[in-house]
Design a protein around this ligand. Structure first.
Ligand code: NAD
Length: 495
């Protein structure tokens, strides 16, 4: 199978005809060829999006019509959940039940933004008191225009949908460039969006790598907004590219999220949420709570229980029953994580379990779930995003010390706190410099709640009301409401 691009309402081969292999990370075998877009295809796709936006074929429809189409997309996704989840598992390696969650979530995101678009259309027009009764003031919201959406491989379809659904709901035209490592589910998404009746040019798909497809897309002068999710290094490049045309950017970047556990916490619940916070999706989660701070009295007993529970995790190909940890997405990501583990030897951290390939698994990019204890705050594994199944623990004594250690990071995406004392949880939550705070849990993510980071973790918010507002421009319309002369240059008026 070789996939195609989707431009101006039609599937097509790339102008230069290139393709690259999709690799199953559990077997290391190629299972498909993916169309490789280049600058020529980027130009065709952006021009198609521009034409469709300027012609108003989508933006000028009543919101209820757009909402109905979005709901058909949601239905289309739901109808194919098993097949789409199987693609996600094969391409990314994640266990099938996790992939099913992702696909169900993606369908819900379309329904959610359909509802929001419809509700907004019914809301009364916003007027403003200008403090001068000779003038009427109104505020209009208009779709931002052509959106370039560039997305990562960890939740391949879901990360794309977090951008595509609100952008379409707002009336924008979209060019989506998913990660070259996991592009297949977005290829199916293009087919479902087309079948739902989105007009030609409003949604376009470019598969390809960063330098050949992502870079020309983020630089293109006909793009109004770049919505990016990925690493800090690439986010920086995307922001620089957008600066030439002073385009709006939103950036959802990396993290090194802390989890603060006080000594009154229930030990089994703490262990469960630590595991979910770092081993769900193989730790390939931007918000993974990869730095765990445990109050001293609980530290040693928790470590023992955590080791035991971690060693019981079933590792294997994501399509096999009962698997809780699949292979790392790619050889390059596997090598990157193994590099972190090799360098961790000399930094004072104590390896509790894992630290390399699981015994007896010679094929596939598998890494055993790994725990380091007593990790010094200056260690590379404590400071840098590993983006794999590796958790670092360190003890603390006081609340102030925990807050200081938690905030001592250039990242600020998420943080978690656990204690029976809910006042203490709120107090700590208020002091943590992160855009997402979990209390007595880690990772549950809801479409209704805004998502995004402080510091180098990004700019802007996705999901929730904020993730819809991000796809609008604001226009003020001020009307001189008197049938009279202004009278500044030509005398006798009201000015
Ligand atoms: P990445 O930065 O390597 O790639 C992301 C996307 O950017 C891909 O589509 C890639 O092809 C494209 N790209 C690469 N170079 C480009 C360039 N010069 N110009 C434009 N586009 C370019 O990131 P990744 O490895 O795919 O994803 C992992 C990263 O994503 C992690 O750092 C993770 O924390 C982050 N992430 C963040 C969130 C969030 O919500 N904050 C969610 C998921 C992933």
């Amino acid at each position: 199978m070789t996939t195609r691009l989707f431009i101006d309402g039609a599937f097509c081969a790339p102008v230069k005809g290139g393709s690259f292999a999709a690799i199953d990370p559990a077997t290391e075998q190629e299972f498909a060829q993916v169309a490789a877009a280049t600058g020529e295809d980027v130009h065709l796709a952006v021009r198609a999006a521009r034409r469709s936006f300027d012609a108003g074929v989508w933006a000028d429809l009543p919101a209820s019509d757009r909402a109905a189409t979005l709901r058909r997309i949601a239905e289309g996704i739901r109808a194919e959940t098993p097949a789409l989840a199987a693609i996600e598992t094969r391409d990314n390696g994640k266990p099938l039940p996790e992939a099913i969650w992702d696909i169900e979530d993606a369908a819900f995101v379309f329904d959610y933004y359909a509802d929001l678009a419809e509700a907004d259309a019914k809301a009364p027009l916003r007027t403003i008191d200008l403090g001068d009764d000779r003038f009427d003031g109104r505020v209009w919201r208009e779709p931002v225009g052509v959106v370039a959406a560039i997305t990562p491989w960890n939740f391949p379809m879901l990360m794309a949908v977090w951008k595509v659904a609100p952008a379409l709901a707002a009336g924008c035209s979209v060019v989506l460039k998913p990660s070259e490592l996991c592009a297949l589910s977005c290829h199916e998404l293009a087919r479902i969006i087309d079948a739902a009746g989105v007009p030609a040019g409003v949604f376009n798909l470019l598969t390809g790598d960063g330098p050949s497809a992502g870079a020309p897309l983020s630089e293109h002068p006909l793009v109004d907004k770049v919505a990016f999710t990925g690493s800090v290094a690439t986010g920086r490049r995307v922001m620089q590219a957008a600066s030439a045309g002073i385009r709006t950017v939103s950036l959802e970047l990396g993290g090194k999220s802390p989890f603060v556990i006080f000594d009154d916490a229930d030990i089994d619940r703490a262990v469960e949420w630590i595991l979910f916070g770092i081993f769900w999706n193989k730790g390939e989660v931007c918000s993974a709570t990869s730095r765990v701070l445990v109050q001293k009295a609980l530290y040693q007993p928790l470590l023992a229980r955590l080791k035991e529970a971690t060693e019981a995790i079933t590792i294997g190909p994501g399509d096999q029953d009962g698997i809780k940890l699949g292979p790392i997405v790619s050889k390059s990501q596997y090598d990157k994580i193994m590099g972190f583990l090799a360098r961790a030897q000399g930094n004072g951290a104590r390896l509790i379990t894992g630290g390399g390939r699981p015994h007896g698994m010679d094929t596939g990019y598998f890494i055993a779930p790994t725990i380091y204890a007593d990790v010094p705050p200056e260690a590379e594994i404590w400071r840098e995003e590993i983006f794999g199944p590796v958790v670092c623990l360190a003890p603390f004594e006081t609340e102030e010390e925990a807050i200081h250690l938690a905030n001592d990071s250039p990242f600020g995406l998420a943080a978690a706190v656990m204690s029976h004392d809910l006042d203490r949880c709120d107090r700590v939550a208020a002091k943590l410099r992160a855009g997402i705070i979990w209390i007595n849990c880690s990772q549950p993510t809801f479409t209704q709640a805004p998502w995004g980071g402080y510091k180098t973790s990004g700019i802007g918010r996705e999901l929730g009301r904020e993730g819809f507002d991000a796809y609008f421009e604001t226009k003020q319309v001020t009307r001189f409401a008197r049938d009279a002369d202004w009278g500044w240059y030509l005398g006798g008026g009201d000015a």
